[in-house]
Design a protein around this ligand. Structure first.
Ligand code: FES
Length: 576
């Protein structure tokens, strides 16, 4: 009989596979119908591979192959891999928005891990929401966990130019302005999406991959290796190898995700020009692992961080370029003195050890901290009577001349109202107007869709206007850009001031003062609130009723109120 030298009877999985009699028989026998030999159950660490593979999530469609590499590493280290599916969230196909289901997937992940015989878990993450959902779920169980991201697509190529997801907004405005044909637009589809992987710019998926690397939840280099690069598979195998060691070391998410690790992630996000969605997801993850983090921390720890990664949508280049320039370790090395380098990571090493050998190979892509490619970085948190609990703006993706601006509000009550009227030649709007979109928040839509960077009125596009101040309680794709105020909290559907802003109200955005103010007295605003019936969707059944009943506001991360914290990994009752 094969015996395993590292047999450990204290493993969590022994509560299943280590049992004798009827229970042990049932736990093992049905696994054996997959052709698994007896010795796999001898006490080796059982590692779950949480797979978000789906052909409906194109960014993650290569994950079965990636899982095979993870398995090789797990076997190599003496573990027993078990791959399992969870609901997958693809940004491009899911209606009304993938964000509606982030919390649902986190529950799927949490319960799947806890209920099954796992000692550690590898989280296969790619398209935007798959990363926070899996990390949130894993944190609420807190067994050893490591993230393997799917990697970005190769840079798109169109007529000799590099293109990526951020060009969708440019192309669609060009079509509306009559500068590009619909036929040309169709040609660009395949030119942009020419390989496996997620969006190739510093959109939300790349931001999330950088987030897990900077938090210490993935091996170094995880964020930027292209999906199509063979080294992505090597990283997956190394992660499989490492998770087995992590189980033996009992290195859990709560050991890694300290307050300092969150501060590091905020600083790195500022240095790379990461997505505004980062705020929502990091707040939700902190809530699960029990670290106090507030929306104002994002502003506080972003300040004085130079924007050094010259990546779209804030800059010029793509994730592939970032990898060839040295990847995220080279970015972190450049701002090393600003980071907590003693934080421990899944590699078993500290941040400082992980980045010790990091080098930059292209200063066009990763600038120096002394000479950043943009002195404006990070995510600004605004306060004022429009957003008592906060709102966010990404200054590096905004127009400098609009960072201090006062204009008349042009108000859209909901997304349908916006779509109906935006191209009306009689719309009373000019380039100084402030576009306000209501009822696209967590409860209002519901699910907080990425519509905050609403397209400009056609008649202004034709005049050559390329940016205006836009305000909403919704989100923006990480690939989007513009002077766009997002995540207004409280949202309109929760009775926030946003709900009673009217056409013609004067709104001031002053980024330097962190101010978003409507020039209407508190008395008048209060009177309007009393007179206005809230636009409220009432859902009486199904998941959406659970969502609208329990989702928290954006400044708290839009997690469910009852999911904050963790329930741990213990299961006290058997199934038989
Ligand atoms: Fe999946 Fe952009 S659509 S990452």
């Amino acid at each position: 009989m094969f015996t395993f030298s590292n047999m450990d009877n204290n493993l969590r999985s022994r509560n299943w596979f280590g049992k004798t009699g009827k229970d042990g028989f049932i736990y093992r026998a049905w696994m054996k119908n997959q052709g698994i030999p007896s010795y796999e159950f001898d006490g080796r660490p059982v590692i779950g591979i949480c797979n978000t593979w789906s052909e409906l999530t194109p960014c993650n469609a290569h994950f079965r192959e990636l899982a095979e590499s993870v398995k090789r590493g797990i076997y190599e280290a003496g573990g027993f891999p078990v791959e399992f599916p969870v609901m997958s969230l693809g940004e491009t196909l899911i209606k009304p928005t993938a964000m509606l289901y982030r919390n649902l997937v986190s529950m799927d992940v949490e319960e799947s891990i806890r209920a099954n015989p796992m000692d550690g878990v590898v989280l296969l993450c790619g398209c935007d929401k798959t990363t926070p959902a899996l990390v949130m779920g894993a944190c609420s169980v807190n067994i050893p966990a490591i993230v393997v991201s799917g990697g970005p697509m190769l840079t798109g190529k169109y007529r000799g130019k590099d293109i990526g997801t951020s060009d969708i907004w440019r192309f669609s405005e060009a079509v509306r302005a009559g500068k590009m044909t619909n036929e040309e637009l169709v040609v660009t589809e395949a030119c942009m999406a020419r390989s496996r992987g997620h969006c190739a710019v510093m959109g939300t998926a790349s931001t999330m991959a950088c987030m897990v690397e900077s938090l210490g939840l993935s091996l170094p280099e995880n964020a930027a290796i292209p999906a199509a690069d063979s080294r992505r598979k090597v990283l997956a195998q190394m992660s499989g190898l490492r998770i087995v060691e992590m189980v033996r070391e009992n290195l859990r998410p709560s050991d890694i995700l300290t307050r300092k690790a969150f501060e590091n992630a905020i600083k790195v996000n500022a240095a790379i020009g990461g997505s505004t969605n980062f705020v929502l997801h990091l707040l939700a993850i902190a809530g699960r692992i029990g670290v106090e983090l507030s929306i104002t921390d994002f502003d506080k720890y972003s300040q004085d961080i130079p924007l050094i990664a010259n990546l779209q949508p804030s800059g010029l280049y793509f994730m592939e370029d970032l990898y060839y320039a040295g990847g995220l370790p080279a970015v972190m090395k450049e701002i090393e003195t600003l980071l907590h380098t003693d934080c421990i990571t899944v590699s078993g090493k500290s941040v400082s050890e992980n980045i010790a050998g990091a080098e930059c190979f292209n200063r066009e892509v990763i600038a120096t901290a002394a000479e950043p490619f943009n002195t404006i970085s990070g995510i600004v948190v605004l306060k004022g009577n429009v957003c008592e609990e906060g709102a966010v703006l990404k200054p590096s993706a905004a127009s400098k001349h609009l960072l201090k601006h006062t204009g008349r509000a042009i108000v859209f009550e909901d997304i349908e109202d916006y779509k109906k009227r935006i191209d009306d030649p009689n719309l009373d709007v000019d380039e100084n107007s402030v576009m306000v979109l209501k009822n696209v928040g967590p409860k209002g839509y519901p699910g907080m869709p990425e519509v905050g960077n609403m397209g400009l009125p056609k008649k202004l596009l034709e005049k050559g206007v390329s940016d205006m101040v836009r305000i909403s309680d919704g989100r923006m794709s990480g690939t989007g850009f513009g002077t766009v105020v997002l995540h207004v909290s409280p949202e309109a559907a929760a009775g926030g001031t946003l709900s009673v802003i009217e056409d013609g109200d004067l709104i001031t955005l002053d980024v330097a003062k962190r101010l978003l103010h409507v020039d209407v007295s508190a008395e008048v605003l209060e009177k309007r609130k009393q007179q206005k019936a809230l636009t409220q969707n009432v859902f009486t059944r199904g998941y959406v009723s659970l969502y609208t009943g329990h989702v928290q506001q954006a400044h708290l991360g839009a997690d469910f109120d009852f999911l904050k914290g963790a329930s741990g990994s213990e299961v006290t009752r058997d199934s038989h």
